[in-house]
Design a protein around this ligand. Sequence first.
Ligand SMILES: Nc1ncnc2c1ncn2[C@@H]1O[C@H](COP(=O)(O)OP(=O)(O)OP(=O)(O)O)[C@@H](O)[C@H]1O
Ligand SMILES: [Mg+2]
Length: 238
Amino acid sequence: MLEIEDLHSYYGLSHILQGISMVVPPGRVIALLGRNGMGKTTLVRSIMGLRPPEIRQGRIRYNGHDLVGRPPHEISRLGISLIPQGRRVFPSLTVEENLRIAWRPPRDGQREAWTVERVYELFPRLAERRSQRAKTLSGGEQQMLAIGRALMGNPDLLLLDEPSEGLAPLLVQLLRDQLLALKGTGLAMLLVEQNVGLAMALADEVYLLEKGMIVYHGTPSDLQSRPELMGRYLGLSK
Ligand SMILES: Nc1ncnc2c1ncn2[C@@H]1O[C@H](COP(=O)(O)OP(=O)(O)OP(=O)(O)O)[C@@H](O)[C@H]1O
Ligand SMILES: [Mg+2]
């Protein structure tokens, strides 16, 4: 369980996250929605221990461990993986090399460990391209590889920063099915999105972020019944 309490993060003097509190329970998918520049990436970087930003106030706990002040490699060892915005993969390594170097043993035997073959079952396109260098993959394929790399770390919690960004509608549908399959394995996810449809299809709970503050928390169906919120905070008209 990830618990964030009254988190304040800064870039220099800019006070970006202004008292965020949220919970990601085990095995649940929590969506974080908000427009450009509202602080979504700042939040996932804060969780993952990446600097900048600088955390000046608040607590982040994961399964009882305090995360604030820990370096990213320790946080990933506790079972959290980030798929950063813009899908970073190693461009000159092949698909298979990218996957193999990301492997970490699972922390306990509760779930089946991820292997290269299991990632290929989830993403058959990667299997066909296993010897291809990552930089020659399409955008959608690179996103699959970025997710595959995160899975190879055998996380319990996946942080996904706008995985659908830049994908054509058909690929977004494919991504949704793949993420639903992952949800079925009991993996918890914090899904940062601007694609409201994708978030609604996957999430158990939704948070809306506006200028570094949580302005709404509820279920997808509750949010969908409140077009005024969707209009005000997501720029969607109904
Ligand atoms: N390294 C940085 N230094 C200074 N300011 C930054 C830095 N990174 C982000 N910011 C600012 O912090 C604010 C929040 O940015 P953030 O990247 O968290 O937004 P976001 O919600 O992820 O937006 P997007 O949807 O465009 O990715 C923005 O005003 C941005 O300009
Ligand atoms: Mg962002």
